[in-house]
Design a protein around this ligand. Structure first.
Ligand code: OOB
Length: 541
């Protein structure tokens, strides 16, 4: 078999001329995550890599445990390119599992702790996962129960549990004497991120060692991380933002310390900032607002914090202007996506840029096009749809040929679905969205996915899910429903969705029963008219 044949099928990749260009430019360096950690352990052995609760792991310890676990996974029968759904809270085991799978060449599928049976069942089935890694309990929820229900419907060889394993395999039991493992190819897929998406089912994003490590390295440089940096991971570690922008991976790349918070609330995060002398952290806008309010009490010393990154959803200029006075640190706006492209305001940018823009791309070879509805480039300063192509932006989702033909242009640009404008100096300002998605304070909800679940209810004739403005989350979700006969109580619909195993953030915040949907000129449901109806109080019945 030639080397190319060993790649995982179903993962579109860069054309050879682009790959060649990205290598020549030094973006893709033929590194793998497994080797990166080994080199850091050789260089920074005694420095603390991870802090999780009372546990502190040096680089040497982390590296050794990752080797032991990789061998344990192998002994279980997990092989290179096998998919493993990983659903863990912010604990050190998350990163041990990640790097062990990376070393083995097995591919984590990064689920969020909020996902439930509908999502997890789908990820397991779609990726033909061999294993599912969970915590015993977290946030008052028992993931072993979830595993049992998922296992009843999909074929999974192993459920691996951090903590009390019950009937399943305990992660702790897998650590064993390390053996030599074959290193995966740097240009092969390293893992799958999940797309926020706008389609009926979430899409899987294949990221390679080469492309992701480039974005991690460049992000660490932009954020000026070094061995003295202390990064607080307060958002879910599986999300692209705290994982790689520069996140925990960028911190490990730089030889710094990553502190894991089990919850992003000030009660948990502020004492950690004070105790560990955290220098940088990342939040979504609603949390940034909560932190700014909580900081007024001045109960904790937050003076070590130099940078607060905010991204995942639009931060208002008004809130942006309050960050420095409230928290005494520099704001960095981050506009990124799990598919690739990440924009940052730079730490030495003027206040004006930091407050009023969402930053500029990482790389000179991030190609950005802003186009009108006919696909023509708009003038600088005009708003249009953002398309992008570059050394760390995927060329297609996993096993999604039909969707890829729509989501990517023929010449490989990804249609982000974001409406943006570019300032004269090349910074992007997010103005809105053309995709059928609700951005609930950084949590992405695909309208069609929720509509499909609602349509499965026997009393629902039709459903249309839209965003409604919200002072705290930016947006919340409203489902317009045409009932069959007398409308059922709203709670019967929301509990129906919960019982179907939908993550809590996807449950509509409001349900409105209507007799018909407004239509566009071509006879499609006009979501614009529905959104407008919501801001008029008269619609409530
Ligand atoms: C991040 O990644 P995803 O994949 O959860 O969501 C991407 C989408 C973007 O297409 C955009 O619609 C929205 O989230 N978004 C923003 C934003 N950052 C992301 N909208 C307005 N302002 C911002 N600053 O959300 C993500 C990935 C890496 C780094 C940061 C965020």
């Amino acid at each position: 078999m030639s080397a190319a044949d060993t790649r995982l099928p179903g993962c579109p990749t860069w054309p050879e001329d682009f790959a060649e260009r990205y290598r020549r430019a030094g973006y893709w360096r033929g590194e793998t995550f497994g080797r990166m950690l080994r080199e850091r352990a050789e260089r920074h052995g005694d420095r603390v890599a991870l802090v999780s609760g009372e546990d502190r792991r040096t680089y040497r310890e982390l590296d050794a445990r990752v080797d032991q676990l990789a061998s344990g996974f192998k002994a279980l029968g997990i092989r290179a390119r096998d998919r493993v759904v990983v659903q863990l809270p912010n604990v050190a085991a998350f990163h041990e599992v990640c790097f062990a799978l990376f070393r083995l060449g097995a591919l984590p599928v990064f689920a969020l702790p909020a996902h439930r049976g509908a999502e997890i069942g789908y990820f397991c089935e779609f990726t033909e996962a061999v294993a599912y890694v969970i915590a015993d309990r977290h946030g008052g929820f028992d993931y072993r129960t979830l595993a049992t229900s998922v296992k009843a419907t999909v074929s999974l060889q192993h459920v691996i549990v951090v903590g009390d394993a019950g009937p399943y395999t305990s992660l702790e039991s897998l650590y064993r004497t390390p053996e030599a493992l074959e290193e995966p190819r740097p240009d092969d897929v390293a893992f799958f991120q999940l797309s926020g998406g706008s389609t009926g089912v979430p899409k899987l994003i294949p990221r390679t060692h080469d492309d992701y490590l480039y974005s991690v390295r460049a992000s660490a440089e932009i954020c000026q991380l070094d061995a003295s940096s202390v990064y607080l991971c307060a958002l879910p570690a599986a999300h692209n933002f705290p994982m790689s922008s520069p996140g925990v991976f960028g911190t490990l790349y730089a030889g710094g310390t990553a502190v894991l918070a089990l919850h992003p609330s000030p009660d948990v995060a502020f004492p950690l900032i004070a105790r560990e002398k955290v220098t940088i952290t990342a939040l979504v806008p609603p949390l940034a607002m909560v932190w700014m309010d909580a900081a007024k009490a001045r109960r904790h010393d937050l003076s070590s914090l130099k940078v607060l990154q905010v991204g995942g959803a639009k931060l208002s200029a008004e809130a942006a202007a309050r960050v420095k006075p409230a928290l005494g640190c520099t704001l960095q706006q981050v506009f990124g996506m799990a598919e690739g492209l990440v924009n940052y305001t730079r730490l030495d940018d003027s206040e004006e840029r930091i407050i009023h823009t969402q930053g500029r791309p990482i790389c000179a070879d991030d190609e950005v096009r802003i186009v009108d509805e006919d696909g023509q480039d708009v003038e600088v300063g005009q708003t249009g749809q953002l398309f992008t192509r570059g050394p760390y932006t995927i060329r297609g989702y996993y096993k999604a040929e039909t969707h890829n033909a729509r989501a990517f242009t023929a010449d490989g640009f990804y249609g982000t679905g974001d409406l943006v404008r570019m300032t004269a100096d090349g910074y992007l300002v997010v103005e809105g969205r053309a995709k059928d998605q609700i951005n609930r304070g950084g949590d992405k909800v695909a309208a069609e996915e929720i509509e499909n679940h609602l349509l499965a209810h026997p009393m629902v004739h039709d459903a249309a899910v839209v965003s409604m403005p919200d002072a705290f989350l930016g947006e919340r979700t409203c489902a317009f429903v045409i009932a069959r006969g007398t409308p059922p109580p709203t709670t019967s619909l929301t509990s129906f969705l919960r019982e179907r195993g939908l993550a809590a953030f996807k449950i509509p915040d409001r349900v409105e029963f209507v007799d018909t949907f407004p239509k566009t000129g071509v006879g499609k449901v006009s979501k614009k008219a529905l959104r407008e109806a919501l801001v008029r109080p008269a619609v409530t019945r």
